[in-house]
Design a protein around this ligand. Structure first.
Ligand SMILES: [Zn+2]
Ligand SMILES: [Zn+2]
Length: 309
């Protein structure tokens, strides 16, 4: 790993281990030492990441961008194919139609039947309608991308928090049905379609009304947005347990930035299902050291409530 020493004399050549990612930061020097974050003149109270975390984030974004690039390329090819095929068909039909208009009627009478068997006149409105729908979606995406830079994050957070609170009341205090909560959450997702906590809440509601397939799509979508969001990780690992993908489930505990007790429970469940007895005992001991003496008791309570099968 490269080593960069802080250039500020008063920081005693401390190693720069962090990167300031604060949206409000105006400093030209974003790579910083620990002291830089304690210093009024530089990055005091700024949001920082270790270089490793920063690279992880970049890596994650690259993965997503590459996926999108491949998807766009395939999409373009498919669309080009459909449109050029369609254009060809239309060209043929127009040619034929023109022929019918100028040829002696009686000689081609049989072929006219053919022209109507296609019923192309009826497919045209359908295809046009579908394409218009697609155009609307594309406009929506364009608008979202263009607006994104100009959103006032604080204003956005205030609206979203209100919506979230309302939905939470419906879910926890039963101040409404899960369907009502979903409606509420959809309002928020209209404002901020990539908000992981809204998506997680909606997935939870969907699971509770047994719409598992829809929930699955949403959880995977949220996971593509943020691999480190703890609620997303919990939902994702619960889902994997339900589908008996225990090996897959093991990795979610490691993805969480802060050690998470509930993810630990699910890792233990997976280890048990896989019959990895040694790892199970060792991890359980590690957890007790990390989360405190109460961990085993809480894990037992968790196990009593499980209905994975
Ligand atoms: Zn420094
Ligand atoms: Zn800063």
């Amino acid at each position: 790993m490269f080593e960069i020493k802080c250039q500020y004399a008063e920081h005693n050549e401390q190693q720069c281990l962090f990167i300031c990612v604060d949206p409000a930061c105006t400093s030209k020097k974003r790579i910083a030492c620990f002291q830089c974050f304690q210093d009024q003149k530089y990055h005091l109270n700024h949001q920082g990441l270790t270089i490793e975390e920063f690279q992880q984030k970049v890596n994650f974004r690259l993965q997503n961008l590459k996926k999108l690039q491949t998807f766009l390329r395939q999409f373009k090819e498919k669309l080009n194919f459909i449109i050029s095929q369609w254009e060809e068909d239309i060209k043929k039909l127009i040619f034929k139609g023109n022929e019918y208009l100028k040829t002696e009627y009686n000689t081609i009478f049989v072929k006219i039947d053919d022209y109507y068997r296609y019923e192309s006149d009826q497919t045209v409105p359908f295809l046009k309608f579908q394409l218009e729908k697609m155009q609307k979606k594309i406009d929506k995406i364009k608008k979202y991308i263009n607006n994104f830079k100009y959103y006032d994050k604080n204003l956005l957070a205030k609206d979203i928090n209100e919506i979230k609170a309302k939905a939470m009341n419906m879910i926890i205090k039963k101040d409404g049905s899960y369907e009502d909560a979903i409606q509420q959450l959809n309002k928020g997702l209209k404002i901020d379609p990539v908000n992981c906590s809204l998506i997680s809440l909606k997935s939870t509601c969907l699971i509770n009304i047994n719409q598992i397939e829809k929930a699955k799509i949403l959880i995977n979508y949220a996971f593509d947005i943020n691999q480190n969001d703890e609620t997303v990780l919990l939902l994702k690992s619960k889902l994997m347990l339900k589908e008996k993908q225990y090996n897959e489930c093991l990795k979610y505990y490691e993805l969480s930035i802060e050690p998470n007790k509930y993810l630990a429970f699910q890792k233990l469940d997976s280890l048990q299902k896989l019959n990895y007895h040694q790892e199970y005992q060792k991890f359980k001991q590690d957890c007790e050291n990390l989360f405190g003496n109460n961990f085993n008791k809480e894990y037992e309570d968790h196990q009593k409530m499980q209905t994975y099968d």
